[in-house]
Ligand binder design. Structure first.
Ligand SMILES: NC(=O)c1ccc[n+]([C@@H]2O[C@H](COP(=O)([O-])OP(=O)(O)OC[C@H]3O[C@@H](n4cnc5c(N)ncnc54)[C@H](OP(=O)(O)O)[C@@H]3O)[C@@H](O)[C@H]2O)c1
Length: 279
């Protein structure tokens, strides 16, 4: 039985992972409100498992450090599932710089400071696992996802760089790359109003309309997964003796990310994403 910390477990992938992993492990899951804490404890009870729930915003360094210190005192963290994240849409010219910073704040700095807090304990014990829920958007830049993809690229760059060094002290790092997942993520996406209502003279109106139309297209919907599907992949990665750096969560995501990983010039990705915004 491992001791697992999961961030962002009020809904979606984090909640599903907490409920699944709690069957075999000691799970502490973070949420941001008391009502979300009560709801997760109730769902765990219904599922016949026990989850310790802590109130933590990953952007609040004191809260992150306080929780990690408490778990270290109680015996330490074997596995961190860094899952908290939020979507942001908008093309750079129309993106409020505050939104760009917030996208980085949650998806990158929040993740980085949580990792920084757990690394010393794992290093001292000589073992640990870090799984960061990134996205296919952490590998492939996508129209109107400038801020979100920038943040997830930054996260993947951080982790790919850190992985070989962390391995020297017994810590394995993996990046989880889901494609579309049916969660509250889309409803929670920030900046959407500006994308939908760019005004009468919006120079990007046609590109936006074409992009939005594609969101429900059959080829994209074919890649849709449930939170439980992604939680299952997370559980499998945790139980793998020698985990890889990068895991896509479906054949759809693997095919999507492969476009990038084989594409040394960027031509294949730009050709694909240009078609999404073209008439
Ligand atoms: N759904 C998709 O299509 C998709 C695809 C690829 C990757 N992902 C990634 O999967 C992860 C989970 O997303 P999801 O799809 O499960 O969406 P979700 O249901 O909206 O869950 C996001 C979770 O992150 C939490 N969170 C947001 N900001 C936070 C902060 N500052 N501090 C702590 N927690 C925070 C949310 O808490 P609150 O309820 O308090 O906001 C919620 O628990 C994210 O990293 C996302 O980027 C999602």
């Amino acid at each position: 039985m491992a001791t697992i910390l999961i961030t962002g477990a009020s809904s979606g992938i984090g909640e599903a992972a907490a409920l699944l992993l709690a069957k075999d492990h000691a799970v502490t899951a973070t949420v941001r409100t008391e009502s979300a804490r009560d709801a997760l404890i109730a769902k765990a009870a219904t599922a016949g498992v026990s989850v310790e729930v802590a109130l933590v915003d990953v952007c609040d360094l004191d809260a992150v450090r306080g929780l990690v210190a408490r778990l270290e005192t109680a015996g330490g963290i074997d596995v961190l599932v860094q899952n908290a994240g939020t979507g942001f849409v908008g093309t750079l010219e129309q993106l409020d710089l505050g939104e760009l910073r917030r996208a980085l704040e949650v998806n990158f700095f929040g993740a980085a400071q949580t990792l920084q807090a757990v690394l010393p304990g794992m290093r001292t014990r000589g073992h640990g696992r870090i799984l960061a829920v990134s996205s296919v958007g952490g590998a492939v830049g996508q129209p109107f996802n400038d801020a979100y993809c920038a943040a997830k690229f930054a996260l993947e760059g951080l982790l790919e760089s850190l992985a070989p060094v962390a391995a020297t002290v017994g810590i394995a790092i993996s990046v989880i790359e889901p494609g579309p997942v049916a969660t509250k993520f889309i409803a929670n996406v920030q900046g959407l109003d500006a994308v939908l209502d760019g005004g009468a003279n919006d120079p990007y109106a046609a590109a936006k309309a074409n992009y939005m139309a594609r969101l429900g297209a059959p080829e994209r919907m074919a890649g849709m997964q449930s939170s439980e599907d992604v939680a299952q992949v997370i559980a499998e990665v945790i139980s793998t003796p020698t985990p890889a750096l990068r895991y896509q969560t479906s054949t759809w995501s693997t095919a999507f990310v492969a476009t990038k990983l084989h594409d040394v010039t960027g031509d294949a990705v730009i050709s694909m994403t240009s078609a999404w915004v073209a008439d």
